[in-house]
Design a protein around this ligand. Sequence first.
Ligand code: MN
Length: 502
Amino acid sequence: MINFEHLEIWFITGSQHLYGSETLKQVDKNSATIVNGLNASKKLPIKVVFKPVVKTPDEILDICVSASSDKNCIGIITWMHTFSPAKMWIAGLKALSKPYMHLHTQFNRDLPWNEIDMDYMNLHQSAHGGREYGFINARMRKNRKVIVGHWQDENVQNQVANWCRTAIGWADSQGLKVARFGDNMREVAVTEGDKVEAQIKFGWQIGAYGVGDLVKYIEKISEAEVDKLYKEYESLYTVAINCKPGGEYHENVRVQARYEIAMKRFMEEGNFKAFTTNFENLTGLAQLPGLASQRLMDAGYGFGAEGDWKQAALLRILKTMSIGMKGGSSFMEDYTYHLDPNNEAVLGAHMLEICPTIAAKKPRLEVHPLGIGGKEAPARLIFESATGDAMNVTLIDMGNRFRIIVNTLDVIEPLESMPKLPVASAFWKTHPNLADGAAAWIYAGGTHHSAFTLALTPEFIETFAELADVEFIIIDKDTKISEFKKELRWNDVYYMLANGVK
Ligand code: MN
């Protein structure tokens, strides 16, 4: 459901007329070679489009205005092959509304020791041209990504690719529609937030629907559609005997299949990319959507439980950024600790709704009573997460700004089997350790909910936060609590000056 084949990143090279037409022709040619090289590397998730070198304030303004208004252009890469006096960039950068990156590279990797002369020096000037351009960006307080290194270097290409993925996530964020089935869970603070501010900062359109609106869709689903989807479940999951046709719980599975088809139809018709549910708002539904929510996350929709629209939208964006990468992403909740001092870890799970893209093995489809909310026993997929580097990402509303928090994790195999646990789970070590990681998360006000990913690294989220111009906090192996608390205080002062106090 996430398609970005038609999208483009534009490659814009800065220069000036001082160099003469011969040199400028060479600059153009070199830029085209870099663009072809980046596209041929197969590392980038999106095509980069070469644009002729810009040499005057008008040309710069024109290309920035074009990039801003072009529907397919989702960002630009800027490169100063030569010296491009940066006053020429002021109007263009003021007009530019798309994400951009400063690729601080040089056409040739090595100095040509024997041949180097002043002609060579005058053509290969990014070392100082990039600094002039950097100054005006800093002077204008522009959030932009700076990537340094030779364009053929694999590490540089990977960084460019990651930035392109963040630009894709940003494009997806603009106008991202979230359907809230019901409201937030009553009395819960952290799932609340300023939806108007979220639309201003991230572009999200967040709308609530009565569960009755969904029930109308559910009532229209035919038995034949349910039969077809149930067969798909059989082909993908290990279905418990009592969930199969004729079994005690088969109808409970069919109920979830109906929900899945209906919610998907509802979201397709309304062009929604994420949704929330709330077990307190289920009037007209026999079960909390469990299997249905898991399946829809698997299909690329963002999800937040208990009305948590912030994590729903965030998860959708993580899924968009990481499409085609190894490792899945899921809604997650810090659920239960293992506090053995020699092996502290967290068992993450939720009542039902964990995305099967993170599953280590084929999920089991089972039905168990929920024990909360007073509804019928819901069908759900049960599995354990794949292991590896991961992170929890969360978004909270601090009143005068949004704060995005990342905590890096090592997902490990559970120490023992959990035969009575009727939900999907992930078991992880928190960085820098459980005590400091959890304390930092709590000092920062991080929610119990998060968007969990095995695919992305903190860099993606940091860049995304800069694009939205919101606070970014990282808790990783280097976190020291005393320094971390200072960062929180300093950030408070910064945002008070920038945004005021609420
Ligand atoms: Mn929850």
